[in-house]
Design a protein around this ligand. Structure first.
Ligand code: ADP
Ligand code: TRP
Length: 324
C-alpha cells in the first residue's frame, strides 16, 4: 500500500480564496506525489451539525463537488466521494465511541469554543470528533492534511485508534499523522482571517462587477497616494502575492515602496490577476455544472471504491470485537 492521504471538507458554504490557498490547492497537489493514494470526501454528516435544510445541503454538496473538480481533482488519481454514501463510517464511529472516554471529547477545543460562543450543542456536535476519527481510521489513512483548528481532532483520532487496538488486542486501526497545511492565514477583505462565517470572504465563483466590488472593498490604511507604502502589511498585496508570479509580486512591491501609487491601482492589479488565475477554473466549472450527471457519477464511483476499503476495515474491527 502507498501513502494514503485523506481529508474531508464540510459543505457549509461557498469555497473562498482562503479555502483554496489554505487547503484545496495542497489536496490537489498530492495527486502528483509518487505513491500517494489521495482520498477526499465531502463531509455532509458533519455539516449536518449546522446545515439543517435539505435543499441547502444538496446545493452545498454540489458546489463543493464542482469546485474540487474544476480546481483539478482528478477522479483517476483521487478517490472523491460523499461521506454519507459510505454509511459504514457511522458503524465504526459507534464502536470507537465505546472505547472513548467522555473526558477526551470534553477537552475538544472546537467544541469548547462553540459552547463559549453560546452555540447550543447537539449530541452530534459533541460526537463530531468520533465520527471524524472513524472517517480517518476506516480508510487506514496515514496522512491527514488539515488546518490548525483540526489538528487536535487528528490527535484524538490517534488516541481512539490506540484504545480500540488495545481493548481488542488487534492492529485493525492505523495511527494517522496530521499534516498542517502550509499556507499562512489568508486575510479577508477586512484584514481578519478569511472565513465563510465572517462575511469577509472572496468566493472563487465571484466574477465581473461583484468581484470588482468585493476587491474594491478590501481594507487599506490611509497613506496618501504620493507616500511610499509597505506591501508587507497590506491586505491587497497579501492576496496579490497568491495569484501573481514572484516577478510580478516584486514589481508591485517596488511600486508600493516608490510612492505615487494609490491603493486603487493595487486593487486593479489584484483584480486582473484574480481573473487571469481563476479563468480556467471558472470555465471548467461552468462546463461541469451543465453536466451534473458526470459529477454525480464521479461521486458514485468514488463512493463505491471507498466503500470497499471501508467494509474491509469494518469487518476487521467487528471480528476483533466479536460483533457480526
Ligand atoms: P471557513 O473558516 O471558511 O468555514 P473551514 O473551517 O471550512 O473554512 O476550512 C476549510 C479549510 O480551509 C481548512 O483546512 C482551513 O484551514 C482552510 N482555511 C479556511 N480559511 C482559511 C484562511 N483564511 N487562510 C488559510 N486557510 C484557510
Ligand atoms: N472537521 C473537518 C473540518 O471542519 C472536516 C472533516 C471531517 C475532516 N472528517 C474529516 C477532515 C476527516 C479531515 C479528516 O474541516
Amino acid at each position: 500500500m502507498g501513502l494514503r492521504i485523506l481529508s474531508g471538507v464540510q459543505p457549509s458554504g461557498d469555497i473562498h480564496l482562503g479555502n483554496y490557498f489554505g487547503a484545496i490547492k495542497q489536496h490537489i497537489e498530492y495527486q502528483d506525489l509518487a505513491g500517494a493514494e489521495p482520498y477526499y470526501f465531502i463531509a455532509d454528516f458533519h455539516a449536518m451539525t449546522t446545515v439543517q435544510n435539505a435543499a441547502q445541503m444538496r446545493q452545498n454538496v454540489e458546489q463543493v463537488a464542482l469546485d474540487y473538480l474544476a480546481l483539478g481533482l482528478d477522479p483517476q488519481r483521487s478517490v472523491f466521494f460523499r461521506q454519507s454514501d459510505v454509511p459504514e463510517v457511522t458503524e465504526l464511529a459507534w464502536m470507537l465511541g465505546c472505547v472513548t472516554g467522555m473526558g477526551l471529547l470534553e477537552r475538544a477545543h472546537s467544541y469548547k469554543d462553540k459552547l463559549a460562543k453560546g452555540i447550543k450543542a447537539s449530541v452530534g456536535l459533541f460526537y463530531y470528533p468520533v465520527l471524524m476519527a472513524a472517517d480517518i481510521l476506516i480508510y487506514k489513512a496515514n496522512l491527514v492534511p488539515v488546518g490548525q483548528d483540526q489538528v487536535q481532532h487528528v490527535e484524538m483520532t490517534q488516541d481512539m485508534a490506540q484504545s480500540f487496538n488495545h481493548a481488542f488486542s488487534c492492529e485493525a486501526l492505523v495511527r494517522p499523522e496530521a499534516k498542517l497545511n502550509e499556507s499562512a492565514k489568508v486575510p479577508g477583505v477586512d484584514g481578519e482571517k478569511m472565513s465563510k462565517s465572517y462575511g469577509n470572504s472572496i468566493p472563487l465563483t465571484l466574477e465581473g462587477k461583484e468581484l470588482k466590488k468585493r476587491v474594491m472593498s478590501i481594507k487599506t490604511d490611509s497613506t496618501p497616494v504620493e507616500a511610499p507604502k509597505n506591501p508587507d502589511t497590506c491586505n491587497v498585496f497579501a492576496l496579490y502575492k497568491l495569484v501573481a508570479s514572484p516577478e510580478e509580486a516584486s514589481a508591485l512591491a517596488e511600486r508600493y515602496k516608490a510612492g505615487g501609487m494609490g491603493y486603487g491601482d493595487a486593487k486593479n492589479a489584484l483584480l486582473e490577476k484574480l481573473d487571469e488565475f481563476f479563468q480556467p477554473y471558472r470555465e471548467t466549472r461552468k462546463d461541469l455544472a451543465r453536466n451534473m450527471d458526470y459529477v454525480n457519477k464521479v461521486l458514485a464511483d468514488g463512493a463505491a471504491r471507498a466503500r470497499q476499503v471501508a467494509r474491509q476495515t469494518l469487518d476487521e474491527c467487528k471480528k476483533a470485537s466479536g460483533l457480526g
